[in-house]
Design a protein. Structure first.
Length: 114
């Protein structure tokens, strides 16, 4: 059996995190190394899907729930506009192989990107 991922352990309250939203199946918490003024990780509480491609194929309803939680986080903690990033594969920067979305908001105007 594989070890539970860091995100499974956050969902189980075994590792502390700043949790900002939660449903029965999904949890959202602030990234420990934020890349934007708002940077939240949204992830299923259990880690059977390694990445978004596997999640979309295996449980599209759960993927829709992840996206809806991301929408709610961006509305509650910003102006509702956000970037949603699913790093998929080590070569794309994925380090935790428990599917998760990065919700990023803010900071683009200051950097002249919008
Ligand atoms: P990935 O690189 O897999 O797309 O994203 C993993 C993210 O999880 C990274 O942005 C990293 O900072 C974040 N992360 C890793 N370990 C922890 C942790 O223990 N707590 C929190 N809050 N975030 C974490």
């Amino acid at each position: 059996m594989t070890e539970p991922s860091v995100f499974t352990r956050i969902a189980a309250r075994e590792i502390p995190a700043e949790i900002v939203a939660e449903t029965d199946r999904v949890i959202a918490f602030r990234d420990i190394a934020p890349k934007a003024p708002l940077h939240v990780v949204v992830t299923p509480k259990t880690g059977e899907y390694a990445d978004v491609v596997a999640l979309a194929a295996g449980d599209p309803g759960l993927l829709a729930e992840v996206i809806d939680v991301a929408r709610g986080v961006a509305a509650d903690h910003g102006d509702g506009q956000f970037r949603l990033i699913f790093n998929t594969g080590a070569g794309a920067g994925q380090t935790v192989f428990h599917v998760h979305a990065h919700v990023l908001a803010g900071g683009l105007e200051e950097r002249g990107l919008v």
